[in-house]
Design a protein around this ligand. Structure first.
Ligand code: BGC
Length: 738
């Protein structure tokens, strides 16, 4: 029986008491330091305060003179609030570390004025705190579908379940660039590429916001777990704009995200929760973001004045630096009340705009509904990537087999992702073994060898099988969110035991197929050549077992493509430093880094096989020359040249010969997925807004289009681009990105 918001379950990632004591100790030290810092800052702030007052006045005026009904209503409501009521809306009032009861991650509204509270739940793979909510494949898996349409539907499903459970802000999507696959939260995000991240992030935000508010996180440059509370990331302005912020801007400007969560780490010396450049200058200034910013949890807010003055609207999950400290700062005149009004206005605006003050009309029957479970299965099918299929080992023909062996502990273990804030409480999980057994019924014998260390009897059973399916990979013990999960992954190999499992099975039976689970890139130098087929299924969600069976037995044809590079080893990647408190992020990572160094990955970004084959021909452009603001359309004819229905992802990459600045060798700027029956052809089009080709000229603070003969490459992975043409673009600066 589903129970909704008022009897939320505590999530399973309860920290140990010793962790909490350590956190409390650190928090106490920080409080003392912060009080001291606040005093020092106070004097220097006076000048900035003046600017802030002016800023707030301008914003105040603009919103009250816009004249829209919404803005008038917002102004009227804020005008009726007392200072206490306003400040109370700027911090959570629930448990420090855990959502608790009916105030789960609650931020108060003002009851007497009909302003509802915010109620939040995590969400990258499903609602974190609602028992029985649908568990979808992780973000990385969904991104591997290269299907923004599915991602939009997944977002809408999570938004629907959230509102039905009584919540209204989904703490998702995670859209941090995967700078390095060692990042413990790799599974939550959409991969290493800015364009793919943008498309998936926008789709998810739009989907969620059909019902609730989305919260793209963690703004910005959060790509290490183990030092996430303290690490300072130094980034030059061009890299920041082009690699670390572009997809946030898309989520905010194109997706119209109502809120943004700041990251724990600092960027260029200032914590993200009080980072003037990130929040005040760029997000609320340049991008004109009219929603609100909330902090990340445990140490996400680090000061009263710095945070309030630089635009952090809500301190989560409880008032430590806000609450009474903020009230006092306003009363002292250190924080102008106009800034408080601005923060509250942003929240009230979104509450009214998205109808959070009205009943949602949704009930608990949508939570874990058949429709959502079917979508979870579809997303798992679409996001699985066939990496190897020699001798057409797959799909298996159940009618032609008498006996198969399904091998490995993970074959019958629910494995939906890490134990961090994104963990969920599904009503059930279909394991790969259950999915396979249900798919084949009584037609053949399924021998499950439920261990990772094989003995002689196991090997004899494997040898006797017509085909062997080894299910293995990573689990929550290998990777995840820091502190409450396993943290960063420093070795990209499987454990020695799991590598031996694969090798031993393959040595006993050449028809060995590996189903690999995990949240990111896995290196496989030692065993890849020994197996016939390899299907990467990531953490495929609660319906994953059915999706895996669909793919193994040919009810569905794999069409996922890698959203990250699978390197041959760590030596192909930039350094990953999870120990230092100061790191530098430069322009190159992922395929950009490998391309620059001429390295050949195990599997390139964008790669994925199918049970059928495709040809791509006849690249045409709607124009050969373009100016700022144009949208150029590129088309190709795609034909399914094999004998099974399937889908192909056509990818468009751009290179910049002769650019004044160092660009990536090639970068993804467009893609489209097309489904075709055997023998069928279709002309598909990819639209390229020319302004997307601009680089950020930091010296002049301007997005700049260069007069270049851009080379356009089209194909089916970042390393398989058989078609090319060129596009001549006229120089212009600045250009608007939206
Ligand atoms: C995580 C966020 C999450 C929050 C609440 C934080 O530690 O970084 O992603 O939304 O906890 O669970």
């Amino acid at each position: 029986m589903l129970s909704g918001w008022f009897s939320l379950q505590a999530p399973k990632w309860i920290p140990e008491e010793s962790d909490l004591n350590e956190l409390r100790r650190q928090l106490a030290v920080r409080r003392v330091l912060s009080a001291w810092l606040d005093r020092v800052r106070s004097a220097a702030m006076k000048l900035r305060l003046l600017c802030c007052v002016l800023f707030a006045l301008v914003f105040g005026c603009s919103s009250s003179t816009v004249g829209s009904d919404l803005e008038r209503r917002v102004d009227e409501l804020v005008a009726q609030m007392t200072l206490d009521e306003k400040v109370a809306q700027m911090s959570g009032d629930s448990g420090v570390f855990l959502p608790q009861g009916d105030t789960a991650w609650n931020v108060p509204g003002v009851e007497r004025l009909g302003i509802p509270p915010f109620r939040m739940a995590d969400g990258p793979r499903g609602l974190g705190t609602v028992q029985g909510a649908t568990t979808f494949p992780v973000g990385m898996a969904r991104s591997a579908s290269w299907e923004p349409d599915i991602e939009g539907r997944v977002g809408a499903a999570m938004g629907r379940e959230l509102r039905a459970a009584g919540g209204n802000i989904l703490l998702a999507p995670t859209i941090n660039i995967l700078r390095h696959p060692s990042w413990g939260r790799s599974q939550e995000t959409y991969g290493e590429d800015v364009h793919l991240l943008s498309r998936m992030g926008v789709a998810f935000v739009e989907g969620v916001q059909e019902h609730a508010l989305a919260n793209p996180k963690h703004y910005a440059a959060n790509s290490i777990e183990d030092t996430r509370f303290e690490v300072d990331v130094t980034i030059d302005e061009r890299t920041l704009r082009e690699i670390y912020l572009k997809h946030f801007r898309a989520a905010v400007l194109e997706g119209q995200a109502a809120s943004v969560m700041s990251a724990y780490n600092s960027v260029n010396g200032q914590f993200c929760g009080e980072n003037e450049h990130l929040i005040r200058d760029i997000l609320k200034g340049e991008w004109g973001f009219d929603g609100f910013v909330l902090s990340d949890w445990v140490f996400g807010t680090q000061s009263t004045l710095g945070s309030a003055l630089n635009g952090l609207d809500i301190e989560m999950p409880i008032a430590r630096f806000y609450g009474e400290s903020l009230l006092a700062a306003v009363q002292r005149g250190d924080v102008p009340e106009a800034l408080i009004d601005d923060a509250v206005r942003r929240m009230v605006r979104k509450k009214l705009q998205y109808g959070l003050d009205q009943p949602s009309g949704l009930d608990e029957t949508v939570i874990g509904s058949d429709e959502h479970l079917a979508l979870a299965r579809e997303a798992a099918v679409e996001g699985s990537v066939l990496l190897k299929n020699s001798s057409s080992a797959l799909p298996l023909d159940a009618n032609a087999l008498q006996r198969i062996a399904v091998v490995g502990l993970l074959a019958d273990t629910p494995n939906t992702g890490d134990d961090g804030s994104s963990s969920t409480m599904p009503a059930f999980v279909v394991t790969p073994l259950q999915g396979i057994e249900e798919a084949v019924g009584d037609s053949l014998l399924v021998d499950h060898i439920a261990k990772d260390a094989l003995d002689g009897d196991d090997l004899a059973a494997i040898e006797a099988a017509d085909a062997v399916i080894v299910v293995t990979g990573l689990t929550a013990e290998d990777e995840g969110e820091g502190l409450i999960g396993a943290g960063d992954r420093l070795d990209l190999d499987l454990s020695a035991e799991r590598e031996s499992l694969i090798r031993d099975a393959a040595a006993a039976n050449p028809r060995t197929i590996v189903v690999l689970e995990g949240g990111g890139a896995i290196t496989m130098g030692g065993w890849l050549s020994e197996v016939e087929a390899l299907l990467m299924v990531w953490y495929p969600g609660q319906m994953g077992g059915h999706a895996i069976a669909d793919l193994l037995f040919g009810a569905a044809n794999p069409s996922g493509k890698l959203p990250i590079t699978f390197p041959t080893g760590l030596d192909q990647l930039p350094p990953f430093d999870n120990v230092s408190l100061e790191v530098v992020y430069d322009y190159f990572h992922g395929y950009r880094y490998l391309d620059r160094n001429g390295a050949t990955p195990e599997f390139p970004f964008g790669f994925g096989l199918s049970y059928t084959t495709f040809s791509i021909e006849n690249l045409q452009a709607s124009q050969a020359t373009a100016v700022a603001g144009d949208v150029v359309r590129f088309s190709v004819d795609v034909t399914n040249t094999g004998s099974a229905s399937g889908a192909e992802v056509v990818q468009l990459y751009v290179t910049y010969p002769g650019s004044a600045v160092e660009r990536s060798e090639r970068e993804l700027e467009g893609f489209v997925k097309v489904s075709l029956g055997a023998g069928e052809s279709q002309t598909v089009e990819i639209a390229l807004p020319v302004n997307q080709l601009a680089y950020y000229d930091a010296a002049n603070s301007a997005w700049t289009l260069e007069a270049l003969e851009h080379a356009i490459h089209v194909g089916t992975s970042s390393r398989d681009l058989p078609l090319s043409t060129s596009l001549s673009v006229a120089a212009q600066a600045p250009v608007s990105m939206y």
